[in-house]
Write a protein that binds this ligand. Structure first.
Ligand code: DUC
Ligand code: ZN
Length: 458
């Protein structure tokens, strides 16, 4: 039976308008005026007063990851349940072979971790943490498997590949129409600062002090010069600060194609979290790059408004507080990462839209349209239009609740946004026409499908 969502405001990248939405099976059949005859044969749901967003896309998750750190608390089953509850109908996770393993092995491993377990649709980026003829020779197979975006690191010895290899990899990807997201922090100077901070090993605030914003900006600048040499587009993932964004502006002024992602933790939290007298309260916020001084939030919101930042994803990488405890004596052993996939939509709406820093249209661009276009999913995903997948978030701006880990699905056992009173809330979530979430309860099963992605169209 068809489903009719009646009385809502459909959100687009240009604004919102009152429109009914007819779902037929997994697809959107019609948007706008639905004839009485059509309405009669459909199951009608009243969504009056609510915004209808395209299903949110989170292009940066780490589920079931055991590289560099202990295994994350969330696997693909709990991670995608957490995602769908937060309105995310598509995630793109990072397949991550170890150095010395093939890309094919990494892809197969990630399929084994994810297939049959996901409660939202999913795709993979491929991590390039080794660069040689063998890896380059595998790229065509990756594109054939629907992997069109890749990840490289300028930090973390287990993953980084060096500037020359980044240059060669960018050229090889460019030739095939692919794109790379890059983690930008200066590895060498950070290691030297960590050595200097040995005397403060039990002090969480040594973590942000070892990894200051300007060492992120330096890596962004260097990456962008490497990309200039390779004549290749790049994505700066999880950009945190004003100086790094300035480097992006310089590269764009030179004519380069640069995309920027930021995350809710950088938009809504400040580095005061690392100075809590309670060690565990501070340690739970350890992630890389770290959360920055408050003035950077203004630069990031402004960047979103001006279209200088294209996407807000989460970098969801969840560890329990017991896992964070591994670093009690040595801050470098605190596993880095935060849970966020369950709270992104409500945090961005609350701190962005309801606070006047962003419009609903801007939120639609950052969480829906732009990631869909950037990662080759548009218009199947990222838009409420006839023919697109019927992935819809029904957001009720009149609702409110207090975010608390007690009520959450993530296995992290905590949320960085504990105690935040939301403006509005997610009332329902549809995944390809199936109702998955209603009044905060997950009502659908693990029906998520693997997404073969095309090339960037942003
Ligand atoms: N940063 C983190 O804090 N965790 C996962 C990976 C990353 O880049
Ligand atoms: Zn990440």
């Amino acid at each position: 039976m068809k489903k009719l969502l009646r009385g809502g405001f459909v959100v687009t990248p240009r604004g919102s308008r009152r429109a009914d939405v007819l779902l037929d099976g997994e697809k959107i059949a019609q948007v706008g005026h639905i004839s009485p005859a059509e309405a009669k044969s459909a199951e009608v749901t009243d969504v009056s007063g609510c915004y209808l967003f395209p299903g949110f896309i989170d292009a940066h998750t780490h589920f079931d990851l055991d590289v560099c750190n202990p295994t994350t608390a969330d696997d693909f089953a709990s991670g995608t349940r957490s995602a769908i509850r937060g309105g995310t109908t598509t995630i793109i996770d990072f397949a991550c072979p170890n150095k010395g393993e093939t890309l094919a092995y990494g892809l197969d491993l990630w399929h084994k971790k994810a297939d049959g377990k996901c409660s939202c649709d999913y795709g993979f980026h491929m991590t390039i943490d080794d660069w040689n003829e063998g890896i380059e020779g595998e790229l065509d197979d990756m594109f054939a498997a629907g992997i069109t975006s890749f990840k490289m690191y300028l930090t973390y010895p287990a993953m980084m590949i060096g500037d020359g290899a980044v240059y060669s990899a960018l050229k090889a990807l460019k030739k095939r129409g692919g794109i790379a997201g890059v983690h930008c922090e200066n590895a060498g100077v950070i290691d030297a600062r960590i050595a200097e901070l040995k005397g403060r090993a039990a002090d969480v605030s040594a973590h942000p002090e070892a990894r200051p914003d300007y060492l992120e900006a330096e890596a962004v600048a260097r990456l962008l010069r490497i990309a200039e040499a390779a004549d290749a587009p790049v994505v700066i993932v999880h950009l945190t600060n004003r100086e790094a964004l300035d480097e992006v502006a310089f590269a764009r002024a030179r004519g380069q194609r640069v995309y920027v992602e930021t995350c809710p933790q950088y938009l809504a939290l400040d580095d005061g979290v690392y100075y809590d007298a309670n060690w565990s309260m501070a340690a739970r916020y350890v992630c890389a790059p770290p959360i920055r001084a408050e003035e950077n939030q203004r630069a990031l919101w402004r960047g979103l408004r001006r279209g200088e930042i294209q996407t807000i994803s989460t970098d969801h990488c969840s560890f329990t507080l017991a896992q964070k405890d591994m670093g009690r004596e040595d801050f470098t052993k605190i596993p880095g990462g935060l849970p966020g996939v369950e709270t992104r939509g409500e945090v961005v709406y609350t701190r962005g839209v309801a606070s006047g820093k962003m419009t609903v249209a801007g939120m639609c661009r950052a969480l829906c349209e732009n990631p869909a276009k950037l990662y080759g999913l548009y218009p199947r995903k990222g838009v409420i239009a006839a023919g697109s997948d019927a992935d819809i978030v029904v957001y009720d701006p009149r609702a409110s609740h207090i975010l608390s880990a007690r009520d959450m699905v993530t296995k992290a056992g905590y949320t960085p946004f504990e105690g935040l009173r939301t403006e509005g809330g997610i009332a329902k979530v549809y995944l390809r026409g199936s109702l998955m979430v209603e009044d905060g309860r997950i009502v659908g099963g693990p029906e998520g499908q693997y997404l073969r992605r095309g090339l960037c169209t942003l």
